[in-house]
Design a protein around this ligand. Structure first.
Ligand SMILES: [Zn+2]
Length: 175
């Protein structure tokens, strides 16, 4: 499966700025390479993914309950640590909880139509946790994403299936 399709140029530029990427990712495939590069060179520290206080994203990380700043940070854990996780994330639209069992080989959601948003604030020079994390969420279905996105100002967002999200984090390799 390949993630095709060009990203909105404003989205690309902001992702580059906020995540400190060398080049603006023009497509989701570009973003896949950029993320797997960061993982490969150890640019992403596991400790930095956990929040000091509860968030909408609760992770069961081998029996330990932790919270992450966004849904993607939790889903990254299997790739960074080799450990499976279960993420319970509240939909920012209605508060319903979506659970995802995450392993290196796939993401299994409790809701078959669950989707992930990727997003970034239109402006701002803060850390990714502030500029991007509020816009990186799990939703029970595309409808919840669309209704949330329609009333979420000041940000650019896109929607990914969990298959696409898995591929984004797993990287561009085969299988
Ligand atoms: Zn919802």
């Amino acid at each position: 499966m390949s993630l095709v399709g060009a990203l909105d140029p404003r989205f690309s530029k902001r992702i580059q700025q906020v995540f400190g990427l060398e080049a603006a990712p023009l497509t989701l495939d570009d973003l896949t390479f950029a993320i797997s590069d960061k993982v490969a060179v150890g640019d992403i520290e596991v400790a930095n993914l956990f929040a000091g206080s509860p968030t909408r994203h609760e992770v069961d990380f081998q029996g330990e309950v932790k919270h992450t700043h966004c849904a993607l940070d939790a889903l990254m854990l299997p790739f960074l640590t080799g450990r499976d996780i279960t993420l319970r994330s509240e939909c920012p639209h209605c508060g319903d909880v979506v659970a995802v069992k995450g392993t290196r080989s796939g993401f299994r959601p409790s809701r078959p139509k669950a989707v992930l948003s990727l997003g970034v604030a239109l402006e701002g020079t803060g850390q990714a946790q502030r500029e991007a994390c509020p816009y990186i969420n799990l939703f029970p279905s595309p409808r919840h994403y669309r209704e949330w996105a329609a009333v979420t100002g000041g940000a650019l967002t896109i929607m990914l299936s969990l298959k696409e999200a898995h591929r984004l984090l797993r990287g561009p390799g085969c299988c």
